[in-house]
Design a binder for this molecule. Structure first.
Ligand code: BTN
Length: 253
């Protein structure tokens, strides 16, 4: 069945590439060189130098998964509100993963999407600033759709088809994702805090005592939320609440 894209602007400019170093880099270079429309999407069959968070690489089997970047201009957010975009994107992806799998979907801070506790999607948001209040966001999304095997180094990775047992057309997922991204983005534009409650409802390990690592030390802590700057709020055994940045803390188990 042919599916139609039902959006106002997300994916209306759609560039399909066979291979690229990184869709984020491609879109960033395009934005720098031309006046690119908001909602422009770059999608690729494979990446030679896909990038992940914390300086990691992102590997994705050729033609099996969704590898895409989308351009938004969320100038309604101040520079210290940038985490709100990350929340909106993670919730959009989680809604799509839920739609296709009907399984238990959660967001692992800051924006990994987990299905049945395993990572199905990674998100890398990179902002391009061209003035104090003028900035654009390149939102990179790697959603595992039909990959059936992952490297032993990634025991916690999964795909939509691994969960459902059936292959899913990449275009159907792409269009669903464009629609969900736009709906969440427009919601954010109306009210910056509209998605706060849902983000906490979907947050992995929220209010559970777990083992974390910070400054090379393991400690027992409990996630109590995320502050306005996007820092993770972890209660420690002493009862003290500590706000961690992405590079400062790791949830171990
Ligand atoms: C992570 O979980 O570490 C984030 C992974 C983000 C991967 C996507 S794939 C499309 C886009 N292009 C990239 O180079 N990275 C992002």
């Amino acid at each position: 069945m042919l599916s139609a894209l039902n959006t106002l602007f997300t994916g209306q400019m759609l560039m399909r590439l066979e291979a690229v170093s990184s869709t984020n880099d491609y879109l960033r270079d395009l934005v720098r060189a031309t006046n690119t429309a908001e909602g422009a999407v770059v999608v690729a069959n494979s990446q030679q130098a896909g990038r992940g968070q914390r300086g990691t690489n992102w590997h994705s089997e050729r033609g099996k998964n969704l590898i895409m970047s989308v351009l938004y201009r969320p100038t309604f957010l101040s520079t210290d509100q940038q985490f709100y975009l990350s929340k909106a994107v993670a919730l959009a992806v989680s809604a799509v993963v839920r739609k296709f799998t009907k399984a238990n979907v959660q967001v692992k801070w800051p924006n990994d999407v987990l299905v049945n506790g395993k990572k199905v999607c990674g998100i890398l948001i990179e902002n391009l600033h061209s003035g104090a209040d003028d900035w654009q966001s390149v939102i990179g999304i790697g959603l595992n759709v039909n990959q059936s095997e992952f490297a032993p180094a990634l025991p916690n990775a999964t795909s939509l088809s691994q969960v459902t047992g059936a292959e899913i057309g990449l275009n159907v997922v792409l269009y669903a994702l464009c629609e969900a991204l736009e709906a969440h983005y427009l919601q954010l534009r109306k009210s910056v805090t509209a998605l706060d409650e849902r983000y906490l409802q979907e947050l992995y390990a929220m209010n559970e005592w777990r083992t974390f690592e910070a400054s090379g030390q393991e400690f027992s802590g409990c996630i109590r939320g995320v502050n306005a700057a996007g820092k993770l709020l972890v209660e420690q055994a002493s009862g003290k609440l500590h706000a961690f940045e992405l590079k400062e803390v790791k949830l171990l188990a």
